[in-house]
Design a protein around this ligand. Sequence first.
Ligand SMILES: CC(=O)N[C@H](C=O)[C@@H](O)[C@H](O)[C@H](O)CO
Ligand SMILES: CC(=O)C(=O)O
Length: 321
Amino acid sequence: MAFEKEKHVQVYSVMTPSADKKLTGLIAATFTPFTREGEINLLEIGPYIDYLTEKQGVRNIFVNGTTGESMSLSVAERKILAEEWCQKAKGKMDQVIVHVGCMCLKDAQELTRHAAQIRADAIAVIAPSFFKPSNADVLKSFLQEVASVAPTLPFYYYHLPALTGVNVPARDVLDGIEKLIPSFRGVKFSGSDLMDFGRCVSYCQPHWSVLYGVDEQLLAALAMGSHGAVGSTYNYAGCHFNKLISAFENGDLVQARTIQFKVQELLSHAMKLGFDLGVNKQLMNEVSGLCLGPPRLPVMLCPPDRAQSIARKYHSIFPEC
Ligand SMILES: CC(=O)N[C@H](C=O)[C@@H](O)[C@H](O)[C@H](O)CO
Ligand SMILES: CC(=O)C(=O)O
C-alpha cells in the first residue's frame, strides 16, 4: 500500500510540474480585454496582471471563463488569449487556470491540447448547456473525453447551474471521477446550494481543491471548508477579500463579516441598477483604470454613469485600497 502511494506521488511529480501546488486563496476570473472596435486586446494583459498582483494581492487567475466571455469568443481567439495570459503571468502569478469548456466536444479537446502545449497550470471545464447532459454519468463522460487528450494536466470541473441549466449536484459529479479522470484536481463551485458544496468538501481528496464562486457569500463557504475562491469581484476587490480570508483564518469572525457585509452592500447597490457582465466589466475599468474595453454582444455595453455610480459606492464603502 505504502509503495503504491509513493509510486503514485512520483508519477505525478514527474509528469505534472504543478502537481504539488494545491490551488488555494483568491483566483480572479479575468475579463477579456477588447479594443473599442471589439477585437481582443493583448496589450492590456501585462498591465492587468501587474494590477492584480500589485494592487489586489491576487496571484491566481482563471481565464476565458464566464467573466472572460469565453462562450462569445472563437476557438482561435481563446487560444491567443490563453497563450498571452500564460506568457505574461510567468514569474508573477502562482497559477493560471484556463477554462476550455465549449458546446462542442472537439473544440474543448482542441483547447485542452493547446492549454497543455502552452503549459497552463490547469484547465477547467463547464457542462455543455445547449444539448444538456441528462445525468451525472453523461456529464462525467463528456468531462472524461475532454480530459483524455491531456491526461496529466490538472483538471477542474466548473459547476455553474444557474447559467448552464445543468442541475446535476456537483457531489454526484465527484463520485468516482478520479477513475475516469486521473488528473482530476477539484471543482469550481459557482452555485448557492451550500449543502451540495459541503458534501463536495467532505468528499474532497487531499490533493483536490474545492473552490467557491459566489463572492457575495464567500464567508459561508469558508465556514464550510472552502479551499479558495474563484470570482469576478476579486479583480477589483481582491484586497478586501484577502483581509476577509485572513480574518476568518485568525478566528476574527466579526471582522470577516464586516468585510463580507460591505461587499454585499456594494453588490446589492449594483444589482438594483442592473448588475450584469457589461456593468461588471465597466466597473473594473472605472476602479482599476485599465482599458478593458466594451463587452461583446449579446452582453451589452454599460452606460458610463451607471458604472460610475457603482464605483462611487465602492469608494465610499471601501475608502482604503
Ligand atoms: C455567474 C458568475 O459570473 N459568477 C461569478 C463567478 O463564478 C461571480 O464571481 C459573480 O460575478 C459574483 O459573485 C457577483 O455576483
Ligand atoms: C466568475 C467565474 O468564475 C468565471 O468567470 O468563470
